[in-house]
Design a protein around this ligand. Structure first.
Ligand code: B12
Ligand code: SF4
Length: 523
């Protein structure tokens, strides 16, 4: 074996220090699986691992040893700037740095400027290559990726010490992160998994993992990270039924409505499924996800009926919408969503602003070709704090008026009360209220209202949104500075900006994922 490395593994769930009520309750439940998987693989390769799931309150610099040889960071794009600062800091201290996770998959061209390695699909061989080489690659890091998603992942037992460390940070409800499949058989062009083959992991292992979990926690809640849970529905349910006595485990899963038929719902209920997060996306597009050809009011009625049926069996339902899609125009998409809320008072609405995360999805190329991408810094790209695609059918001011109106309607005290009354179970009730009154509901109303006001009064904001200027308005600059706190000073020069058209450019240069047997170095 090569030398024993001191390895840090950082899962950046939070993008800045601190956090409000909802983040304090929930952040530890949003931990990713891959950093825990890496921990297992690195330990099995004989290295010393320091794993931290960063949820906001921790003092990262005190918790991570200063003399790391290698630092892996897993980050969503919203946490990219924090990740870049940390990489800069630890490189100065002599460490080699590696980025993986959604940001690395979506913006590898940018991330290579700040990390020694940027990983796409990651399997044991990809990690072994990094561990064996562990060398500085500067000014541009190596882009490594397996040609497909890993065929297997370590057991829950193997990653338990990392799971337990993270659960210890969750004050009340605790979700154990699990996954049974990768990719998706459907091809929604806006989705990162539309081009990734569906691949179930071992159902035998899945059942064994659940049985193991029962030896650790009395009535655990499992959070499934499958992109589309339940595609091989019977296999899943058999694995659960084989390993878990009825009533001993609760589950949360993200399934498309097309998988939530009444017979499936009955079986999900029997097996303890307590929360479902189906995507509705739009009343005028994306019908394939919910298995409907209807649009407009007809779709509202059909989906409302379906979601009310889901609520009969599953107490917590979050319905996901994307606002600003090209299929939407005028007030109808927003008014129809209000009607839907009236018809389905028990569902919690989650709104995402249309966002193109670099090379995440095929449809992003079209937005780039049409010149519709705004260069908002990564810090704001979390589906809410900025919409980085110019809407096709709305002026920005009109769009924000509709957005604020819908958000106010969704999180008014009247709607909160109706949701409370329509939700029989205690935890879902409590979750709905906390989400509505914290940064997600009230917080976003305040934030969107501020942006709307700036669109009226601030010339630099108007010019930026109109794509007349790339100069970041002071409002956003100041916010990054305030939110990153001391880490702002560690941002590498130039990292507040990125090339929002890098995906299109790279397509031209055929830099796509191809190459050597297990992985390839790009450029
Ligand atoms: C499960 C899921 C969640 C879960 C769990 C999140 C988590 N921390 O993992 C929940 C519901 C909590 C969630 C929340 C959010 N999510 Co989410 N989520 C997903 C989903 C459906 C699956 C991701 C997954 O776990 N796949 C299984 C893993 C094993 O595969 P993988 O992600 O492809 O990872 C591979 C590589 O990237 C690599 N890898 C992954 N992580 C790491 C880490 C390291 C260190 C290394 C080296 C490698 C590595 O190895 C894997 C195997 O090849 C994806 C969409 C999708 N279909 O992929 C969106 C997705 C990742 N989410 C997204 C977003 C935007 C969010 C939110 C910001 C939404 C919001 N506004 O709240 C939050 C952010 C939460 C947070 N900060 O942690 C975006 C991310 C875009 C981006 N570039 O940032 C995605 C891609 C959906 C989209 N809009 O296109 N999400
Ligand atoms: S069904 Fe869901 S996971 Fe599958 S491609 Fe469509 S959006 Fe992506």
């Amino acid at each position: 074996m090569t030398r024993r490395l001191k390895i840090g593994i950082l899962d950046l769930v939070a993008k800045e220090p601190g956090g409000g009520l909802y983040s304090r309750v929930m952040n530890a439940n949003l931990a990713s699986i891959m950093p825990q998987v890496l921990g297992v693989w690195c330990e099995e390769a004989g290295h010393e691992v320091y794993y931290i799931c960063y949820t906001g309150p921790e003092d990262l610099l005190a918790e991570l040893p200063a003399d790391l040889d290698l630092l892996f960071i897993g980050a969503f794009t919203e946490a990219a700037l924090l990740a870049y600062s940390l990489s800069n800091l630890f490189r100065r201290r002599g460490a080699i740095t590696v980025l993986g996770g959604p940001h690395a998959r979506c913006y590898p061209e940018d991330a290579r400027k700040y990390f020694d390695y940027v990983l796409g699909f990651t399997d044991r061989d990809t990690v072994a290559e990094v561990l064996n080489e562990c060398a500085p690659n500067r000014p541009y890091g190596r882009h490594l990726f397996a040609l497909q998603q890993p065929r297997e992942l370590p057991t829950l037992e193997a990653r338990w010490r990392f799971v337990a460390a993270t659960l210890a940070k969750a004050p009340t409800v605790k979700f154990v992160p699990m996954i049974g499949s990768l990719g998706c058989p459907y091809t929604c062009s806006f989705c990162i998994d539309s081009t990734v083959d569906y691949q179930p992991l071992s159902f035998q292992q899945l059942g064994d993992d659940l049985a193991f979990l029962l030896t650790k926690i009395k009535n655990p809640i499992v959070g499934w990270h499958d992109p589309n849970f339940g595609v091989r529905f019977d296999d899943y349910m058999e694995a659960v039924e084989r390993s878990v006595p009825q009533g001993r485990m609760r589950h949360i899963a993200e399934s498309s409505l097309s998988l939530l038929s009444e017979p499936h719902l009955k079986r999900l209920q029997k097996n303890g499924f307590q929360a479902a997060l189906p995507g509705i996306e739009s009343w005028f597009g994306m019908g394939n996800k919910s298995k409907t050809r209807r649009t407009g009011m007809e779709k509202v009625q059909q989906i409302a009926e379906h979601v009310n049926l889901v609520l009969k069996y599953i107490p917590y339902v979050q319905t996901n919408f994307v606002l600003g899609l090209d299929s939407d125009e005028g007030p109808d998409p927003f008014e129809l969503t209000k009607t839907f809320l009236d018809l389905v008072p028990g569902a919690f609405p989650a709104y995402s602003l249309l966002s193109a995360f670099g090379r995440a999805a095929p449809s992003n190329l079209d937005y780039q070709r049409d010149g519709r991408i705004l260069p908002f810094p990564f810090h704001f790209l979390n589906n809410n704090h900025a919409m980085n695609v110019r809407p096709k059918n709305y002026q920005w001011t009109d769009f924000y008026d509709h957005l604020i109106d819908l958000s106010r309607y969704s999180f008014s005290w009247k709607a909160i009360g109706r949701r409370f009354a329509a939700t029989p179970a205690a935890i879902p009730r409590y979750m709905n209220v906390v989400r509505a009154i914290s940064s997600e509901g009230f917080g976003r109303i305040k934030y969107h209202t501020k942006i709307r006001q700036l669109l009226e009064t601030d010339r630099s904001v108007q010019a930026y949104f109109a794509q007349e200027s790339d100069k970041l308005p002071d409002f956003y600059q100041a916010r990054i500075k305030r939110e990153l706190g001391p880490m702002y000073e560690m941002l590498p020069p130039g990292s507040l900006e990125h090339d929002p058209y890098a995906y299109m450019a790279s397509e031209g240069q055929a830099l796509t994922q191809m190459g050597g047997p297990a992985q390839a170095a790009v450029m």
